[in-house]
Design a binder for this molecule. Structure first.
Ligand SMILES: Nc1ncnc2c1ncn2[C@@H]1O[C@H](COP(=O)(O)OP(=O)(O)OP(=O)(O)O)[C@@H](O)[C@H]1O
Ligand SMILES: [Mg+2]
Length: 359
C-alpha cells in the first residue's frame, strides 16, 4: 500500500488532502460542538459538506485528467493529418498524357529502408499494349514493382519512364488518372455504393455506373441490398466481403478506362465461379491497354503475352507461358508446384533459382 502511495503521486496527494479535510473538519466541528459553540445540526452539515467537497474535487481531477488525455489525442491526430506529403510534384512537372503506355525501368535501385535492397539495378521494358504477368514467391518484389510505377515511392537511383517520360516529371494527378489499379485488398470510402464506383470517373452518369457494375458482376449483389446503390458503405452501413469489394474495384476500373491497367491479385478473393465469369470481363477491359497482372494463381496469367518471374527483387525469367514452360526453368518448377492452382507461400525456404538448380 505504501509502495502504491509512493509510486502514484496524484493518488497520495488527493488521498492525503481528502483525509486531512475529513479528519480536520470532523475534529474541529467535534471540538466546537463539545464546547457548545455549534449545534448538532451544524456539526452534521459541516461533515456532510466536507464529504461532498471531497467527492466533487475527485470528480473534477478525473475530468481534468480526461481533458488533457483528449488534448493529447487531438494533437496527435492533427500532427498526423498535417504531415507534408513525402512525394511532391516538381514545379516543372507536366500533365503528360499517356498515349502508348510503354513502361520502362532504367537501372532502378530501390529499398524501403536503409540496408535491405528490394531492387538492385533493375532494368526492364514493357511494350505498349503488352499484357504482362508477374509471378514469384511472397516478398519477391511484385507489389513494390507496381508501387514504383504508381510513384508511391521514388527509387533511390535510376528512372521509371512511361512513354519515354520520367514519371517524376509528370504531375501525380496526371499519372494516377491514367493508371487503373485493383489493389490486393481494395478499400472503399464511407460513402454510398454508387459514389464508391463513380470514384473511377467522377463525371460518369448513373447509367454508366450501373453498366460498369453489371460488367463487374457487382449489380446482382448490390440489387439485393435494401437500399441498393444508395447503401452507405462502412461502419454504419453495409459491410462488404473481400470478393464484393474487389468487384466494386473492378467496376471502378471499367468506368475509368485508363491506358494502363494494374491488377494486384485482383481476383484472389473471388470464388472460382465468379472469378471465371469476371475473367472474361477483365480480358475485355484489358483490350488495347498495357496491363500488369500480379498473381499467385498461375492459371490466371498463363494466357497473357509475357510473364516475368521475380525472385528476391530480380527478374529471373521473362517470356510467354509456353516459352517458359519449354525452358524447364524456374517458371516450369512453379507451375509444377501448384497445388490446386496456387503457389505455396514459400518452398521450404528455397528461392526460385534454387528450385531451378536443385531439380
Ligand atoms: N511498406 C514497406 N516497408 C518496408 N518494407 C516493405 C514494405 N512493403 C514491402 N516491403 C518489403 O519489400 C520486399 C518486397 O515486398 P513486396 O510487397 O513487393 O512483395 P510481393 O512480391 O508483392 O509479395 P506478396 O506476394 O506477398 O504480395 C519484402 O521483403 C517486404 O518485406
Ligand atoms: Mg504483393
Amino acid at each position: 500500500m505504501l509502495d502504491f502511495i509512493l509510486l502514484d503521486p496524484t493518488f497520495s496527494c488527493c488521498t492525503l488532502s481528502a483525509a486531512v479535510l475529513k479528519i480536520g473538519t470532523l475534529y474541529y466541528s467535534l471540538s466546537l460542538w463539545s464546547q457548545g459553540a455549534i449545534a448538532a445540526a451544524d456539526f452534521v452539515v459541516a461533515t456532510s459538506l466536507s464529504l461532498l467537497i471531497i467527492s466533487e474535487a475527485r470528480n473534477l481531477s478525473k475530468r481534468f485528467l480526461e481533458f488533457f488525455e483528449h488534448i493529447g489525442n487531438i494533437a496527435n491526430g492533427v500532427f498526423t493529418i498535417v504531415q507534408p506529403h513525402e512525394i511532391i510534384d516538381q514545379d516543372s512537372a507536366i500533365a503528360h498524357s499517356i498515349t502508348h503506355g510503354q513502361i520502362e525501368f532504367r537501372q532502378v535501385n530501390f529499398s524501403y529502408s536503409l540496408g535491405k535492397k528490394v531492387f538492385d539495378n533493375l532494368s526492364i521494358t514493357i511494350q505498349p499494349g503488352q499484357r504482362v504477368g508477374l509471378v514469384g514467391f511472397s516478398g519477391s518484389g511484385k507489389s513494390t514493382f507496381v508501387n514504383l510505377i504508381l510513384r508511391q515511392f521514388d527509387p533511390q537511383s535510376g528512372e521509371i519512364l512511361i512513354d519515354g517520360v520520367n514519371i517524376q516529371d509528370m504531375t501525380q494527378e496526371a499519372l494516377h488518372s491514367q493508371i487503373s489499379l485493383i489493389p490486393q485488398d481494395p478499400s472503399l470510402f464511407h460513402r454510398t455504393l454508387i459514389e464508391n464506383i463513380r470514384y473511377g470517373r467522377l463525371d460518369a452518369t448513373n447509367e454508366e455506373v450501373i453498366e460498369a457494375a453489371r460488367q463487374a458482376y457487382a449489380h446482382d449483389f448490390i440489387a439485393q441490398i435494401k437500399e441498393g446503390y444508395d447503401s452507405l458503405v462502412g461502419e454504419r452501413g453495409v459491410k462488404l466481403s473481400g470478393g464484393q469489394r474487389q468487384r466494386i474495384a473492378i467496376a471502378r476500373v471499367i468506368l475509368k478506362d485508363a491506358p494502363i491497367l494494374i491488377l494486384d491479385e485482383a481476383t484472389s478473393s473471388l470464388d472460382s465461379i465468379t472469378e471465371k465469369a469476371i475473367q472474361d470481363t477483365l480480358d475485355l477491359a484489358m483490350n488495347g491497354k498495357t496491363v500488369i497482372v500480379v498473381a499467385h494463381r498461375l492459371s490466371t496469367i498463363a494466357h497473357l503475352d509475357r510473364i516475368l518471374v521475380f525472385d528476391q527483387g530480380r527478374i529471373v525469367e521473362d517470356g510467354s507461358h509456353a516459352k517458359l514452360l519449354a525452358r524447364h526453368g524456374a517458371y516450369y518448377r512453379l507451375w509444377k508446384m501448384q497445388a490446386g492452382g496456387f503457389l505455396p507461400v514459400e518452398a521450404n525456404n528455397q528461392n526460385v533459382s534454387e528450385l531451378h538448380t536443385t531439380g
